[in-house]
Ligand binder design. Structure first.
Ligand code: ACO
Length: 399
């Protein structure tokens, strides 16, 4: 009911772009996406090549520092992270303060925010050494915080990190190990988790990354900015899709209906039913990450004996959708989340941890984008305009 061009003129603004669908807020040299062609590259390297040859640690280095590390650089990075995994004992006290059934995402964001109070020697965003120290602290401590949030929610003791293990191995041990028993790493699980973290490591200016940049543009420190990003990722429209896929597959299984029947409901838009894990704002072609995840889903469910029936339902839905005019016309393809929930479940993670795993994966991307933002001479404090549609000036009534 209002005239946008008139409001724009009044405001002196040029564009009205809710959701920033058409506004580039920054230049960036980190991640390239071509949504029509289904292309994703980190620092120029195709995601398929990184998935096959690299590791999460190496990809983190690539995103943060801009180049693949030499073997010595990678070893130093790994070593520094291993040395910084311990949490301050007082910070560990936080975990006892939350309700037992607390969702691990706000526990994670609160504890990451609290790092600003424990590490006041690394908060200056313009001191390169301090930025480096915060980078290592976040990379080392966030997986530990995530594992502790999980352990608390199931009432188990918190383990000390074992620095003979790398980041991914340590995270698995801290999540599933028991104090009294040695923890046996399953190489298939380590490899699969490493891959999933690589695939989530960056995705240019999505909601949480834009949040990290916006908060950081006020010169807030890296811990405060990343904590805000975690909160943005907590929203079901952003980080919660893999949980929604699993719920959908379970509902189909429980109702006893054939996947084909469910597809009819989706196509008729009955009760707003959507095929969860399908479609993407940017990819109008097969999400390249979904292809890689699909192969892993088969391998890991075959090995760990996950719920094959749910995988069968997922595969039948995918097969039907890819051959269906409704999905073809709308360019709806599986996104990265279509299979990840099934894999995390087979690894033993409860559903509430799925978004936390996304956050651990996205961390190097957030750090890289924050560091790029803080060094960029073009950066200004983020301050969007608005089109005012409220009351005109009026007088306070005489009473
Ligand atoms: N199932 C059925 N129909 C769909 C789906 C779907 N999953 N997604 C889009 N459509 C239809 C819409 O109904 C619409 O049809 P219409 O033109 O007849 O009205 C058309 O496709 C375009 O849909 P939009 O909602 O306009 O597309 P948008 O780009 O805004 O949405 C989104 C993208 C939110 C991801 C959407 O595809 C969706 O809701 N998917 C399911 C949820 C999901 O998997 N989210 C995870 C995203 S990936 C991530 O966060 C890592």
């Amino acid at each position: 009911g209002y005239d946008v061009s008139k409001l724009l003129k009044q405001t002196g603004a040029v564009t009205f772009d809710p959701g920033f669908m058409n506004t580039a807020a920054t230049t960036s040299a980190i991640t390239y996406i071509d949504g029509d062609a289904g292309v994703l590259r980190y620092r120029g390297y195709p995601i398929e090549q990184l998935a096959e040859h690299s590791s999460f640690l190496e990809v983190s280095y690539l995103l943060i520092y801009g180049e693949l590390p030499t073997p010595t650089e990678l070893e130093t990075f790994d070593h520094k992270i291993r040395r910084h995994t311990l949490l301050h004992e007082e910070l560990k006290g936080f975990f006892g303060g939350f309700p037992r059934d607390a969702h691990p995402m706000p526990v994670l964001s609160s504890a990451v925010s609290a790092l600003s109070t424990f590490y006041q020697d690394s908060l200056d965003p313009f001191d390169d050494e301090q930025v480096e120290l915060s980078t290592i602290r976040l990379m080392a401590k966030m997986p530990v915080i995530a594992a502790y949030a999980h352990k608390k929610s199931i009432g188990q003791a918190l383990l000390y990190p074992d620095n003979s293990m790398n980041l991914v191995e340590n995270y698995l041990r801290l999540s599933f190990g028991l104090a009294a028993e040695p923890y046996e790493l399953d190489p298939t699980v380590v490899k699969a988790l490493d891959l999933l973290l690589i695939l989530h490591a960056d995705h240019e200016q999505n909601c949480s990354t834009s949040t990290v940049r916006l908060v950081g543009s006020s010169n807030a420190n890296m811990f405060a900015s990343v904590s805000a990003g975690i909160n943005a990722l907590f929203g079901p429209l952003h980080g919660g899709a893999n949980e929604a896929v699993l719920n959908m597959l379970r509902q189909i299984q429980a109702s006893g209906q054939a996947p084909e029947q469910f597809m009819e409901k989706v196509k008729n838009k009955e009760e707003g039913v959507r095929l969860m894990g399908f479609g993407h704002r940017v990819y109008k072609n097969y999400d390249p990450r979904a292809r890689l995840v699909k192969a892993t889903a088969h391998e890991i469910l075959g090995k760990l004996g996950g719920n094959d029936e749910l995988l069968d339902i997922a595969m039948r839905l995918e097969e039907k959708a890819l051959a269906d005019d409704y999905f073809i016309e709308r360019k709806l393809y599986p996104n990265v989340d279509f299979y990840t929930g099934l894999i995390y479940k087979a690894m033993g993670f409860p559903e509430k941890m799925f978004t936390v795993l996304f956050a651990i994966g996205r961390l190097p991307g957030w750090i890289a984008q924050w560091r790029e933002m803080i060094k960029d001479p073009q950066t200004k404090i983020g301050r969007p305009r608005q089109l005012y549609t409220g009351a005109q000036e009026r007088q306070y009534p005489a009473r």
